[in-house]
Design a protein around this ligand. Structure first.
Ligand SMILES: NC(=O)c1ccc[n+]([C@@H]2O[C@H](COP(=O)([O-])OP(=O)(O)OC[C@H]3O[C@@H](n4cnc5c(N)ncnc54)[C@H](OP(=O)(O)O)[C@@H]3O)[C@@H](O)[C@H]2O)c1
Length: 302
């Protein structure tokens, strides 16, 4: 193991963390922490159970090991859950981020903070990294606050903002649009999908590749990570049905406002990916390419 660098990933069992593990480059190994007590099978990383809200536990982790870089992705990432469980989300996302940033500062470890497209109001797409933020929901406001905390308290930081991600998630963690639509169509159930909200969705492996480039280059600043195609969720579902050979007639278009009880969403957060392409050397995939890669993983039994 000597000579290998160590990346700490917080929230490593989420879709983003899984994408990082599945694109692990030579010369690196991953220590990954998550909150709930379950074992992670078939992973190249060392997984530990640790609550980032617990400052003493975070400090102990950093005292035991030296990390060459940290990707901080842990927290409550469901927009609707944050809207209705705000106090809990403040602890997880703000207190947790404060604990991780303060440990990084003392250990002089470079941090990659994982933010989101939800920092924008969705009225002036496509968005570049230096466009002004204006979140429309509580999740977006927490992420803006965390970005500020990272920028103002650390010297060695990069902020990566992935857009809506899709890919195969761990069984224990939440689904994403691709796995949710796939399961519904396989069961022969009808699916209503919004046809009036747009973004350029990101395949989790492409997110992993972009983040590894950030980890290795430590470029600093903000990076938008996204795919090539600007699509509505409805168009995404139709492409998925086609790629996986499922029944597209089960998919119906719907207005976003027709889904009751959801937090407000920005209508169009499509990202400009020039920085990702030029500085990280990562090509944005079309939705069809990303879904075809998922299908190939399924066929390979991954
Ligand atoms: N998914 C997307 O489309 C998307 C888009 C833009 C930005 N992001 C951002 O990307 C990051 C990762 O998202 P994701 O979709 O991969 O997340 P996810 O699937 O919801 O997983 C969340 C991860 O955080 C861990 N976690 C939550 N609270 C924790 C705590 N208090 N202490 C330690 N670990 C904790 C969870 O552990 P357990 O499994 O033990 O609960 C899990 O590993 C988040 O910061 C999210 O805001 C995601």
């Amino acid at each position: 193991m000597s000579g290998q660098k160590i990346l700490l990933v917080t929230g490593g069992t989420g879709l983003l963390g899984k994408g990082l593990e599945e694109t692990l480059p030579a010369g690196w190994r991953v220590v990954s922490v998550h909150q709930r007590d379950y074992a992670v099978k078939g992973s190249p990383a060392r997984h530990l159970v640790l609550d980032i809200r617990d400052k003493r536990a975070v400090d102990r982790l950093f005292a035991r090991r030296r990390f060459d870089a940290v990707v901080h992705a842990a927290g409550i990432a469901s927009v609707d859950y944050v809207e209705t469980h705000y106090a809990e989300s403040l602890e997880s996302n703000i207190v947790g981020t404060l604990n991780v940033t303060s440990a990084c500062r003392r250990a002089d470890a470079p941090l990659v903070y994982i933010s989101t497209n939800a920092v924008f109001d969705g009225r002036k797409a496509p968005y570049r990294e230096d466009d002004p933020v204006a979140p429309v929901n509580k999740y977006g406001r927490l992420k803006v606050e965390c970005e500020r905390l990272v920028r103002e308290t650390l010297q060695k930081w990069t902020i990566a903002r992935p857009i809506l991600m899709y890919g195969w998630n761990h069984a224990e963690t939440r689904q994403n649009p691709a796995t949710w639509i796939y399961e519904k169509l396989r069961r022969g159930e009808p699916v209503s999908l919004a046809d009036d909200q747009w973004e350029n969705p990101l395949y989790s492996h492409q997110c992993g590749r972009a983040l590894w480039a950030v980890v290795r280059k430590a470029p600093g600043g903000i990076f938008h990570l996204a795919g090539r195609d600007r699509v509505s969720r409805h168009r995404f579902g139709l492409t998925l049905a086609e790629v996986f050979g499922l029944d597209a007639s089960l998919i119906k278009p719907a207005a976003a406002r027709s889904f009751p009880g959801l937090a407000p969403r920005p209508p169009d957060t499509t990202f400009v990916t020039t920085r990702m392409e030029r500085e990280l050397g990562v090509k944005p995939l079309t939705v069809r390419e990303g879904l075809a890669a998922m299908k190939a993983d399924l066929s390979a039994g991954a």
